[in-house]
Ligand binder design. Structure first.
Ligand SMILES: Nc1ncnc2c1ncn2[C@@H]1O[C@H](COP(=O)(O)OP(=O)(O)OP(=O)(O)O)[C@@H](O)[C@H]1O
Length: 424
């Protein structure tokens, strides 16, 4: 069978304000075939939306190519349409007008416009809401309009960018089931590519799951999902599949090698700082404390009602600071973590300070602020230094973490107006 869309050896870099470039995607290749739903699962910032923009033809890859039915995509691809996470509806147009707007570029005659509009209104359950304005609709209904608008143009390939992340869990469940019903019964669209960070969502929707990870982002693995439809979120097979993917992500993002961080320290490597604030790290430690000092990482994500990827980032940060260990899928206190959580706020700050100064990047950046002429530097200087030391990382994100961690330790201050970083 020929692929309808092929992504071949695609890499993407973006220029940063520091005049350096950030390599976001590296050597990504996969195909999408007719009559399948494919998901791309990856953490926030891994380049999922960037991939969709390339398939739409609005972004040219830095290297590699996207092919649609064998031809390179060089302009906007008319065979695809997109559903956005924030619905992207025009507030001054009603439901029907929002849908008709999508049909405008097709230059259809009036009868066809009416026909397609009425058809998608019907299949997306919007009958009776034709004249409502977006602000009069719930999030779930607004996303129905987003889906109707995308389907009105009869795309062969529907691209969906975290389409149900802004609606309630139960509404998201019913929208997913309606989407699969539409896809199975109408063949409009023929195939769906959905990007998501929600493991349950990708297991529910897709035939194939492409798991992204690493820096720059690469394909970690591709999982075939042969669970029969309709799928049941609560069935044993479904839960086993979710667990299996959790294990793959944990094993790659939190490798179970206790010496890894120690080796990094011994070798004096500059460590990237995970995007986690002191509040989030302390929150995780307090949660762990209230659960006997030991818990399963997925259970924590559910209990704290946080994305699994966020919990991984916070756990990585806590591990880097030597507060926790992560054997298999669990998180346990280290001696230092236990001492930290049993201390008062002043002692906590002292322990925190010692731990962050054990990190080579933090120590180095604090030193350059200390040794600067006026004991202050500009954000730009720090960003440049981070880019030099960690060219594969997003320096803005590391800067944000660096400031929040050093502020909590009462080491540095940052004035966001003047962008000055100084000693406290
Ligand atoms: N035009 C751009 N210029 C510079 N950097 C960019 C640009 N577009 C994206 N990036 C960076 O590329 C990385 C990937 O972004 P992208 O939005 O594709 O990720 P994502 O996986 O969709 O994330 P999220 O789930 O948070 O939407 C991010 O670090 C982002 O800041």
């Amino acid at each position: 069978m020929d692929a309808i869309c092929s992504i071949k050896n695609v890499s993407q870099s973006f220029s940063l304000s520091t005049k350096k470039s950030l390599e976001v995607l590296k050597n990504i290749s996969f195909d999408i075939y007719e009559n399948e739903v494919v998901s791309i699962l990856g953490p926030s910032g891994s380049g999922k939306s960037t991939l969709l923009r390339m398939i739409c033809g609005i972004l040219k890859p830095s290297s590699g190519s996207v092919f649609y039915k064998g031809k390179p995509v060089v302009n906007i691809n008319p065979n695809v349409s997109m559903v956005f996470q924030n619905f992207a509806l025009l507030p001054w147009l009603n439901v029907e007008e929002n849908i008709k707007l999508a049909l405008k570029p097709l230059n259809l005659d009036k009868n066809e416009v009416e026909k397609y509009t009425n058809m998608v209104i019907k299949i997306t359950g919007l009958t009776g809401f034709e004249e409502a304005y977006p602000k009069e609709l719930s999030g779930g209904m607004q996303q129905r309009v987003g889906v109707a608008r995308a389907l009105a143009v009869q795309p062969e390939l529907l691209l969906m960018d975290e389409p149900f992340s802004h609606v309630d869990t139960l509404v998201a469940e019913s929208l997913r089931s309606e989407l699969i019903d539409i896809w199975q019964s109408t063949q409009n669209p023929k195939s769906i590519l959905i990007v998501s960070h929600d493991i349950k969502e990708v297991v529910y929707l897709s035939d194939r799951i492409i798991v992204l990870g690493g820096k720059p982002t690469q394909i970690k693995t591709v999982i075939e999902n042969k669970l029969p439809r309709p799928r049941d979120y609560r069935s044993i097979d479904f839960l086993n599949m979710v667990d299996y993917i959790h294990d793959i992500i944990t094993a790659s993002d939190l490798p179970d090698i206790p010496e890894a961080i120690e080796t990094q320290r011994k070798e004096n490597v500059f460590e990237a700082l995970p995007e986690a604030s002191p509040g989030e790290i302390v929150g995780l430690l307090e949660f762990l404390d209230s659960h006997g000092g030991y818990d399963d990482i997925f259970h924590i994500a559910v209990e704290l009602n946080r994305e699994f990827g966020d919990i991984i980032k916070i756990t990585k940060a806590a591990e880097l600071l030597d507060f926790v260990d992560t054997p298999r899928r669990s998180i346990v206190f280290t001696t230092i973590g236990r001492k930290f959580i049993e201390s008062d706020i002043e002692q906590r700050k002292q322990i925190w300070k010692k731990e962050i100064l054990d990190l080579r990047l933090v120590r180095h950046l604090v030193d350059i602020v200390k040794n600067s002429d006026n004991e202050f530097l500009y954000k730009e200087d720090i960003i440049n230094e981070i880019s030099n030391r960690l060219p594969q990382e997003d320096p803005e994100k590391i800067f944000k973490t660096f400031i929040s961690w050093t502020r909590f330790a009462d080491l540095l201050a940052y004035d966001s107006e003047t962008e000055e970083v100084s000693l406290q």
